[in-house]
Design a protein around this ligand. Structure first.
Ligand SMILES: C[S@@+](CC[C@H](N)C(=O)[O-])C[C@H]1O[C@@H](n2cnc3c(N)ncnc32)[C@H](O)[C@@H]1O
Length: 270
């Protein structure tokens, strides 16, 4: 796989399915989002120190944890929290942090041209098949001098689970991710100036495979790809999966690796 946009023709996870899955996960998400917290904090730390946005957007805000963090960091500014999942917005809205909570798609932002100074997006854009469209929308919506700071996931994420399923039945059981080089190329081709782009592996450990798959479901991030097998996972296949995953076991438990990407881009002042 080189670019998820190519998969759009064959069908990526349907956006309605993505929205429904995250809406269902709105109540459980925060209890299992330790990695998401860590990544979002690291993204916040990468914002240019000089930034003082009059209006910011938390793109793919989920339960709004980072909308609240942005609200605290920039108390004098106006905040917009946007997500494709209505259920997430219903959860986030009463908790505050932003002035507006908006349903929308990162590939087609329902915002006016040059209406924001900061677009912050943590671990949402890996769900977008057309990352070039996301960048083009960011360039449209940002004011000159504005910044897009995002984190996402690259290929290699959940590789242990992917390899284990591959050994069992060869089906796609793990969400697809872009390669780092594709992010690099798409950012380079965009109307924005790339300030930084790097990946960091993060590994979580689980006592068993069920704990990992339950957590993915509680996050709303379990597999939604076309090509996933329908119906119940048979007991024999599940036992084969557990056995295959055991080959990765380390003293801390079963590893699940995430290849986390951080990018910061700026819209130049002409
Ligand atoms: C893993 S959660 C991250 C939530 C939050 N940013 C955080 O760090 O806790 C991903 C969020 O992205 C949202 N999302 C997925 N695709 C989207 C799209 N095309 N446009 C806007 N939001 C999207 C999902 O509904 C979900 O709430």
């Amino acid at each position: 796989m080189t670019d998820l946009a190519e998969h759009a023709r064959g069908g990526l996870p349907d956006k309605r399915q993505v929205a429904a899955s995250f809406s269902r996960a709105a109540q459980s998400y925060d209890s299992v989002a330790a990695l998401q917290r860590k990544v979002g904090q690291q993204l916040l730390a990468q914002l240019p120190g000089s930034i003082s946005p009059a209006r910011w957007l938390d793109l793919g805000c989920g339960t709004g944890y980072f909308s609240r963090a942005l609200g605290e960091r920039f108390p004098a500014s106006q905040g917009v929290a946007l997500d494709i999942a209505e259920g997430m917005l219903r959860h986030a809205r009463p908790l505050g942090g932003a002035q507006q909570f908006v349903a929308g798609d990162a590939e087609r932002l329902p915002l006016r041209n040059e209406s924001c100074d900061l677009l912050f997006s943590s671990l949402a854009l890996q769900w977008c098949a057309d990352f070039a469209a996301v960048l083009s929308e960011a360039a449209r919506v940002l004011r000159p001098g504005g910044v897009l700071a995002f984190s996402s996931l690259c290929i290699g994420t959940l590789q242990e689970l992917r390899d284990s399923w591959q050994a069992v039945d060869g089906f796609v059981h793990v969400n697809r991710f872009r390669q780092f080089e594709d992010y690099q190329r798409l950012c380079g081709d965009s109307e924005l100036t790339l300030l930084s782009l790097q990946t960091t592996p993060e590994t979580l450990y689980y006592p068993d495979v069920r704990s990992l798959t339950h957590e993915l479901k509680a996050l709303g991030a379990h597999n939604l790809n076309p090509g996933r097998p329908d119906g119940l996972t048979g007991r024999a296949r599940m036992l084969a999966l557990l056995k295959a995953y055991e080959q990765f076991r380390q003293p801390q438990g079963l590893p699940a690796t995430y290849q986390v990407l951080y990018g910061v881009l700026r819209k130049e002042v002409n």
